[in-house]
Design a protein around this ligand. Sequence first.
Ligand SMILES: [Fe+2]
Ligand SMILES: [Fe+2]
Length: 265
Amino acid sequence: MRMAWATDIHLNFLEHHARALFFQSIIDCQPDVVCVTGDIAETPSLIFHLHEMEHALRRPLYVVLGNHDFYFGSIEKVRLMVQEWCQQHAGLTYLSDKKSVELTPRTVLVGVDGWGDGRYGEYWESPVRLNDQACIEDFRGLDREGVLRKLHCLGDEAAESLFERLPSVMSSYRQVLVATHVPPFKEACWYEGKTGNNDWLPYFTCKAVGEVLLEMAQRHASCQVIVLCGHTHHAGSVQILPNLKVLTGSAEYGQPRIEHIFQIE
Ligand SMILES: [Fe+2]
Ligand SMILES: [Fe+2]
């Protein structure tokens, strides 16, 4: 089983021809399935891009959504829209809406959108303001405290969803791939070969998801967990525990690419 992984492909920044070339580059690698860890497009064109990509690839496409996918929309409505679309299109799976997907008898794929939850770094001192706060309905009109509460809430929601789903899959499979948009540890928040910038960490790590992953990996020591994430657009990998590894994918606007092809047993 070969799985192609890409992240932060931001298809809305590409012309039709460039998108077709990207899809062909994936097909040329002959994967059995494809996984994309968020920032696929923006709300107004998201379904169009998901549909076009699924149609072009002609093999199962598994996705989670990133912050950009909610731009010019609201989080709940976009999630519902993608859930409904995926329920009618067998080739496309929204992993956040599915307990898990068996890839092989020993490996399972689980996914959750994830969100920078404001808990690492220095939220109150940080001069960073993401476009999220202007472009996603849920953040409009919130003051700094309201934004932080919302970030906590989104992080907790992702963590709870994993907390419910991981125990049974980790008892049944030897390897779990966890697809999520936001790095769950500060050690996985890469930028130009370094990690852990206090100004960016609040928006670029999901501590709540990291805590669930740590607890689950410790509880199920015989199960290998590999986390696939993006969002920082800078690549790196870190071994958090002997059985918990996080791969953060790179990205460049206008130049989507495959981050890695996994050979899965
Ligand atoms: Fe991105
Ligand atoms: Fe992102």
